[in-house]
Design a protein around this ligand. Sequence first.
Ligand SMILES: *Cc1c(COP(=O)(O)O)cnc(C)c1O
Length: 424
Amino acid sequence: MDPLTRLKHRQPCFWENTTLQSVETGFDGLPLDERDILEANDRLLRFKPLIRQIFPDTRPLDGLIESSILDISRTARLIRGFQDLPTAGRYLLKADSHLPISGSIKARGGIYEVLSFAEKIALEAGLLTLEEDYAKLLEKPARELFSEYTLAVGSTGNLGLSIGIMGAALNFKVTVHMSSDARAWKKDLLRKQGVQVIEYDSDYSLAVKKGREQSQEDPRTHFVDDENSRTLFLGYATAALRLKDQLGALGIAVSPARPLFVYLPCGVGGAPGGITFGLKKIFGDGVSVFFAEPVESPAMFLGVLTQKHEAISVEDIGLSNRTEADGLAVGRPSGFVGRTVGHLINGFYTLEDQALYPYLKSLHTADGIPIEPSAAIGLAGPGLLKKAGYYQAHHLLEADITHLAWATGGGMVPRENFEAWLNK
Ligand SMILES: *Cc1c(COP(=O)(O)O)cnc(C)c1O
């Protein structure tokens, strides 16, 4: 059965991207390059003194918002109990689920965009120079300036949390337009921070659209556009620079002969897309990336497969966009991301909701790490590729591959919500 038919029938599937290009040609004509990633990283470094001061959980890394890489060979052993896995390869987890400040991958892009905006208006107002200690932005003049601006965002939950927590800490007014998927505890947490939460009885795309429309009416509102923002994208891309150092510290050198396979849970595409852009820039074709989506919400998969990008939605092929993986509940992909990195993604796969829980549970049982269902989908990748005959087809020795599942969220989930997932 062809991949489009399988998507329509909600059949879990793997698709090797036929539009894939090597890095030799894949970056030609793109609107962003490596300099942009380095610039974004420098900006985050400038903010370290400020971040360090307001968020004590960033102090071990001196104000850098970064997560660990963990060996999960014990989890892999448990997964082997229900899925055939590649033998002898290395199994790692990128624990963005436990990123400081907001406990999800959105602490990269979302917080970066808030900081970029704060820097821009503070520089324009003459309140800051690039050489100064940015902790100055916590003082009264800057706080008063920021209070005159509103940050707005449309979100299924985690992006709203990141923008809300960071924005409120700097004294911005914040409005979060939440889709119906958003969990109650996220809305409560934001309201406690003084964030205005507007709830919609519909999905993510409408929440974003409404947010964008309302923001356009007010010149003092900055809308964080999850479907189009290059700033968000670059915030995510900086992860690749850090990953290079972390893998180096583990003695892992990535090359086409010793490849790194990265499994990225995907919603609208910004987070996995930005990370893909960074990874391919840093590691070249030695890295392969795979995007993972629920069977009811394969937005980016569909956009790249049909090459229609934002002109097609999962509803157009009869899917519901209803999933328990709320971070991935997006029906229409980002056209910007699809056109920028669609041809740098090695493959896509989909999974049913109920198939997520055995992975979530294995990681918790074997390695004690709680993640949310959206994040668990990455753990299914190595076995699904094996089942699809991918390693053989590419003449890869399974033992040479390092598998990295990107755990995108879950660190802030209340205990009772997590336990309900464990019992599924
Ligand atoms: C947002 C999110 C993703 C996917 O990011 P997109 O930019 O929407 O593609 C994956 N996992 C979790 C937990 C998220 O919150």
